[in-house]
Design a protein around this ligand. Structure first.
Ligand code: AMP
Length: 281
């Protein structure tokens, strides 16, 4: 596995592979890898002749007071895990490499970045859209894989690729969960053992909502109230939002006709946890 730290070297490697007719699959991450990330990497192996994984904790997607400095990092462990997956390139640029001399250009996906997490994390999705654009320009992939765990991010990237006319296939990968249902996340490392047990309330409440919809519930209000009450019954949890939204526009829905997104964000201890479920009848 090659470790590349410079944008110019990354682009040169990719151009060389492209000239030889190879398909490049890309998995962007912020590192501190878990089995969810590795599942995306295995998906990438099936979709490309070469696999590039990036590890970059992107400063511009963290607001002041968020966990940028404390975000968990373990580069040597991560590179060992990726090597074992036979990844071809680990792209690991320094912040100065990605954002040289006070960059002036930002990428803003106008409406998809506003609801859900965008309401509570102003500027977050502009940071995400900007860094993903830059990573695409450095890595030049044919296909890129993103987790449905960050559903809003996935939809925003799909829009960005259409709007900016990138010739990149975007693949959504299902949420990978621990045995008790908790969605895998680097931020689970912030939880104490007791908080980690409490975190099961997120996926439990989503499963219950899906069961209600299967039994014929169509009112978003009823789903939101039920999920909200379930989450609030966990003393260690503080609810940030519970929303039922359109799968593509992410706008609030009142009725569930066909399929809808149920998205939740909850604080437990030092961690802000998100999870979601596509509700289908
Ligand atoms: P992150 O390092 O948290 O920025 O995540 C990198 C990529 O892995 C993103 O596309 C995430 O959506 C995806 N991802 C993270 N956790 C999971 C999970 N539990 N299941 C599926 N995808 C995930």
């Amino acid at each position: 596995m090659r470790i590349i730290r410079r944008v110019a070297d990354m682009a040169r490697w990719s151009e060389n592979e492209r000239r030889q007719g190879r398909r490049i699959a890309f998995v962007p991450t912020m590192g501190f890898l878990h089995d969810g990330h590795l599942s995306l990497v295995r998906d990438a192996k099936k979709r490309g002749d070469r696999v590039v994984v990036s590890i970059f904790v992107n400063p511009t997607q963290f607001a002041a007071g968020e966990d940028f400095a404390g975000y968990p990092r373990d580069f040597s462990r991560d590179s060992g895990l990726l090597e074992a997956e036979n990844v071809d390139v680990l792209f690991h640029p320094a912040p100065e490499e990605m954002y040289p001399e006070a960059c002036q250009t930002r990428v803003d996906v106008e409406t998809l970045g506003k609801p859900l997490c965008g309401m509570l994390r102003p500027g977050h999705f502009q940071g995400v859209a900007t860094v993903v654009t830059k990573l695409f320009n450095a890595v030049r992939p044919h296909v890129a894989i993103f987790g449905e765990k960050d559903y809003q991010q996935l939809q925003l990237i799909r829009r960005l690729v259409r709007d900016l006319m990138y010739d990149i296939e975007i693949v959504g990968h299902p949420i990978v969960r621990e045995s008790d249902g908790v969605a895998m996340s680097s931020r689970n490392a912030y939880l104490t053992a007791k908080e980690r047990r409490a975190a099961a309330c997120l996926s439990r409440s989503l499963r219950k909502a899906q069961a209600l919809v299967r039994r014929g519930e169509v009112s978003a209000r009823t789903i939101i109230d039920t999920v909200g009450a379930d989450l609030r019954s966990e003393p260690l949890a503080t609810v940030e939002y519970v929303k039922v939204a359109d799968l593509e526009t992410l706008e609030d829905l009142e009725q569930i006709s066909g399929a809808a997104l149920l998205a939740i964000a909850v604080r437990i201890g030092k961690a802000r946890l998100i999870d979601n479920q596509v509700l289908a009848r």
